[in-house]
Design a protein around this ligand. Structure first.
Ligand SMILES: Cc1ncc(COP(=O)(O)O)c(C=O)c1O
Length: 373
């Protein structure tokens, strides 16, 4: 029998599209002893987490809690609970995660009307208006911060259009929550999901979600059962609500992590945190310009936590990433789909969004590019 050594991960500075660095106090929280998932102490942490999540999502929605699973579980949760077979839904597609939304919606039985924009550009509100015309769409779903392209789609007008046409509005806030404004009540978002591994200072493993009363009403009026037992909001509500009925065994340590990650966000303050992300994004952009590099996503809509950087023709994209990892322990991301080989994705998310890390990645890039011509 082969015996293995305990795993000792190498030191990495995670400056890619996620996971991003985890706050030391979050790691400490994760190493605390387990309690049972129905222990009064765990119930207390659940209650506090719901309160903090409402503050971070900027919502009064009662139905706000973390789904056990990664960001994609949050996506499935929102769509599976709101879509019934045969429903028509409008989906914005301007990158990998818009395409995933379409795929998940189709698996829920929806007839999807895809609203496409070139990768790196936003979904325009008038495209959504056009798609809604003459239809009775059940919902409109868009990705707020497209991690595959580094673009931030403004969504308040899209939400207004959805409601004007009797549709619900679903938002992917996986990369935006905790890194730039996500105003669930002000923007009248009906269903929103995020992930813990981007700007929330935590490892991957939970998907914070929030449903508006309007979304809950729609879920309550379903004629068919939610096809996913695990993600059925009615069942989850009995666990995360006051009844505390066993549904599944919540990942205890991940909930410790989220509790601490959210606590740190609120201690810093949302506005201060957003400014920190904006300032470091701008500092990175200025430093990139000095290296002759630029951010390729649509001007005026560039995402703060995730920067898509154009790779010069003369530079070997993969070589630079490998050198950064080998020589400096820094991870950045590659381009996906049509952007493969054309961009690097540099994440400045949550804990890792610091001036020091901006300086470090600029220095690293400069050296790696010099060797990568
Ligand atoms: C915008 C967006 N949506 C959804 C997801 C899916 O999240 P996960 O990989 O945690 O399942 C990601 C992950 O990178 C994302 O960036």
């Amino acid at each position: 029998m082969r015996v293995f050594n305990s795993f000792n991960p190498p030191a990495r500075l995670l400056l890619g599209p996620g996971p991003s660095g985890v706050a030391p106090s979050v790691l400490r929280a994760m190493s605390q002893p387990l309690v049972g998932h129905l222990d009064p102490a765990f119930v207390q942490i659940m209650e506090e987490t719901k309160v903090m999540l409402r503050q971070v999502f900027m919502t009064k929605n009662e139905m706000t809690f973390p789904v056990s699973g990664t960001g994609s579980a949050g996506m499935e949760f929102c769509l599976a609970n709101l879509i019934e077979p045969g429903d028509e839904v409008v989906v914005g597609m301007n990158g990998v995660f818009g395409s995933r939304l379409k795929d998940v919606a189709e698996r829920c039985g929806a007839r999807v009307v895809a609203v496409e924009a070139p990768w790196g550009r936003i979904i325009e509100a008038d495209q959504i208006a056009k798609a809604l015309r003459g239809r009775r769409a059940k919902l409109v779903a868009v990705v707020h911060a497209e991690t595959s392209t580094g673009v931030l789609t403004p969504v308040d007008e899209i939400s207004r259009l959805a409601h004007e046409n009797g549709a619900l509005f679903v938002l992917d806030a996986v990369t935006s929550l905790g890194g730039c404004p996500v105003k669930v009540d002000e923007w009248e978002v009906d269903a929103v999901y995020s992930g813990t591994q981007k700007c929330l200072n935590c490892p991957p493993g939970l998907a914070p979600v929030s449903l508006s009363p309007r979304a809950l009403e729609a879920a309550g009026k379903r004629k068919t059962k939610v096809q996913s037992w695990y993600l059925d909001v009615n069942l989850l509500a009995s666990y995360w609500g006051q009844e505390r009925v066993y549904h599944h065994t919540a990942p205890i340590t991940m909930n410790y992590a989220l509790h601490e990650g959210l606590r740190l966000i609120l201690e810093e303050g949302l506005e201060v945190r957003w400014r920190r992300h904006e300032q470091n994004h701008l500092a990175l952009k200025a430093g990139l310009a000095e290296l002759g590099l630029e951010i390729t996503s649509q001007a005026g809509h560039q995402l703060w936590p995730l920067n898509a950087v154009g790779v010069p023709d003369s530079v070997d994209e993969a070589f630079v990433r490998k050198r950064l990892l080998r020589d400096f322990g820094m991870e950045i991301g590659a381009g996906l789909g049509p952007l493969k080989g054309k961009i690097w994705r540099i994440g400045l998310m949550g804990e890792n969004c610091t001036e020091e890390n901006v300086d470090a990645i600029l220095k690293g890039l400069k050296l790696a590019i010099k060797n990568g011509h």
